[in-house]
Design a protein around this ligand. Structure first.
Ligand code: HEM
Length: 608
């Protein structure tokens, strides 16, 4: 019941709660500083409630962004009894997370997660256990996943299954959530368990659906209140649902670990769980029974990877498809680039450098979607003086990633979908320092490499195969970009149509070996009969054919004839001095729509 009330009228409810809490907490909470130095400024807190009444609990990052305009890039807010220092803007977040990596590098585990994780796993842990698990996961992601050809193949294979699911909707509107989640989840499952699951396997689908629901619940106003005021626990239905999901996840995984243990071959690890079991055994064999490689750490690490590795990437892909449906002209340019450079063959990771516009669109999707707006809460590991402010050891710190991704002094159009943020004036891809959706420093997302590979292959393959449009009767303008509340920012519920894209590969016509005598040579005789008369050829189709054939064909033919003939009448064209005819390079430069000659210079010697 409390959940419902909190979701609908958080402000008025908080007013009532405030009175109760005032009585409950008055003796135990102090907002005053102990005076070691100047503390970061911030809005004046109320007793017990702190600044909660000023905060939009559904979108706290928006309120914090506004507060940063008033109080600067390092400021304090009180969430109930909890003091939080917020870091805002690219320069400040980068300075803190990179130059003061140790000081700002601890995790502040939220109450609801701590109850389950008990300091195990990677996401919510600290100290030696965190270090061991993070190192182990990174090594294994390298061995079984990131940056490896084998991983690329897994992603390509999984994307193929997703394409089949999309095709099955026959262009009818559908919600992309489940299919994209299952597909992305299978990649982390292959890395972790060593095998993928069928989308029809109810155990698998229920695990993915529950993980998704859990993320939604973790960001709900009622759970945020629970994290601050744990005594509310018994009233909060969302918490009971989370506890239920936690125990069913443990049950499923215990069964899976049991099976993997029984079939384990230490010489041939199938995935990260096998590698963990082997390491645990070898430590125990050498007499070390007190290491961090124990069952609870295995369970929580797997859970962290399953949840963090599914929801984030899947959500970003779904934002990408939604943005394409909303901005069809940008979708046109992506599809033209893919069609020119890739045609209909399978996309590979190394194609990224030849697809600058598509790459820019993926980066811009991540920037605007801003799916983890406040990172995950950090904590200071020691007293620190930062930008002249004293911050005590153990203070909760929010690196406000929204304020980096939307930083007005870094981005030309921070609040618009503007792929040109990542392109130079020649249309080449450019990296931007303030692109920080994976955070930075000691706690930077450890799945960044994998996620980037997944995003590229999924997005490009889906755009190669489908045209995404709003459901019939919904205009592009009506597609809503307001995010749904959760620990991460998801698109609000919506449906899209995925129409099949047909590629007309004109190269295969103009170079058709059964049509042209010398398809790959410059051979004007292709258009002459034996008496030297011009002949039309059916396979001459540079303007395409049919209903969508180039409508400028007549004009273009006339221009080509007059320009070419007049220029050849007046000039003799030769390579630049010192360049032989053989050295003139016919390799085309790839543009978005057209193949251009590579840069070169010619001499035009007048004939008269
Ligand atoms: C588009 C996809 C993704 C985004 C935007 C993303 C973003 C983030 C962010 C912002 C953090 C918090 C960093 C901080 O607290 O400063 C994080 C942490 C983490 N991410 Fe990701 N992530 C993505 C994909 C993945 C994937 C695929 C995996 C799994 C392989 C993963 C595993 C983790 C883990 C384990 C942590 C905790 C790291 C630690 O505390 O040491 N993430 N991620």
């Amino acid at each position: 019941m409390l959940d419902l009330l909190l979701q609908s009228t958080s402000v008025s409810l908080l007013g009532t709660l405030g009175v109760l809490l005032l009585v409950y907490f008055i003796s135990s909470t102090s907002f005053s500083s102990k005076g070691e130095g100047k503390e970061p400024p911030g809005p004046r807190p109320l007793p017990v409630l702190g600044n909660l009444l000023q905060l939009d609990l559904k979108r706290p990052f928006i309120t914090l962004l506004k507060l940063s305009k008033k109080y600067g890039s390092v400021f304090t807010v009180y969430l109930g009894p909890q003091k939080v220092v917020v870091l805002a803007g690219y320069k400040t977040v980068k300075e803190a997370l990179i130059n003061y990596a140790d000081e700002f590098g601890e995790r502040d585990p939220i109450r609801i997660a701590q109850e389950d994780d008990q300091g195990n796993g990677v996401v919510w842990s600290n100290g030696d256990s965190w270090r061991d698990m993070r190192r182990f996961v990174l090594t294994n992601l390298r061995d079984f996943g990131m940056g490896k050809k084998a991983c690329e193949d897994k992603i390509i294979e999984e994307c193929g299954y997703l394409v089949e699911v999309f095709k099955g909707f026959n262009g009818e509107p559908f919600d992309t959530t489940q299919s994209v989640n299952y597909s992305v989840s299978n990649i982390i499952c292959s890395i972790v368990y060593g095998s993928r699951f069928e989308y029809s396997d109810p155990k698998f689908t229920s695990m993915v659906d529950k993980a998704n629901r859990r993320i939604e619940l973790l960001g709900s106003p009622s759970i945020q209140m629970y994290n601050l005021f744990p005594w509310l626990g018994i009233f909060i239905g969302d918490r009971r649902e989370i506890l239920k999901i936690n125990s069913s996840f443990k049950e499923e995984n215990s069964a899976m670990f049991h099976h993997l243990k029984e079939t384990l071959n230490p010489q041939m690890c199938r995935g990260l769980v096998d590698a963990f079991l082997v390491r645990k055994q070898s430590l125990e064999d050498s007499g070390n029974t007190n290491s961090n490689f124990h069952d609870e750490n295995l369970m929580m690490t797997v859970k962290n990877l399953f949840v963090a590795g599914t929801e984030t990437t899947a959500t970003t892909i779904r934002w990408g498809l939604l943005l394409m449906a909303k901005y069809p002209k940008i979708q046109d340019r992506v599809q033209e680039e893919i069609s020119t450079v890739i045609g209909s063959r399978q996309v590979q990771v190394e194609d990224r450098k030849s697809l600058p516009f598509t790459d820019a669109v993926i980066h811009e999707t991540q920037r605007l979607a801003n799916i983890v707006p406040m990172a995950l809460a950090h904590r200071t590991s020691q007293d620190v003086t930062f930008q002249g402010f004293f911050i005590k050891k153990g203070t909760v710190v929010y690196p406000l990633l929204t304020s980096v991704l939307y930083d007005e002094s870094e981005w030309e159009k921070p609040h618009s979908f503007h792929p040109a943020h990542f392109l130079d004036k020649d249309g080449k891809f450019v990296k931007r320092d303030a692109f920080m959706p994976f955070s930075a420093g000691r706690r930077i997302c450890l799945g960044e490499g994998l996620a980037r590979m997944e995003l590229f292959i999924f997005f490009t393959t889906l755009l190669q195969r489908f045209r995404f449009t709003p459901a019939p009767g919904v205009s592009e303008d009506e597609l809503d970009l307001t995010p749904r509340v959760g620990l991460s920012l998801n698109p609000s519920p919506h449906k899209l149509c995925a129409g099949t894209t047909v590629f007309i590969h004109l190269t295969s016509v103009l170079y058709d070996e059964s049509e042209w005598e010398k398809p790959l040579s410059f051979h004007p005789v292709h258009f002459l009969d034996k008496d030297g008369k011009f002949v039309k050829r059916d396979a001459f189709m540079p303007f395409s054919a049919g209903r969508r054939m180039c409508l400028g064909e007549g004009l273009a033919q006339m221009e080509l004839f007059i320009f070419f003939t007049t220029l050849l009448q007046r000039f003799r064209f030769t390579p630049a001095p010192g360049v032989s005819e053989d050295e003139l390079d016919l390799t085309p430069r790839v543009g978005v729509r057209t193949l251009n000659p590579s840069p070169h210079e010619l001499c035009a010697v007048p004939l008269m």
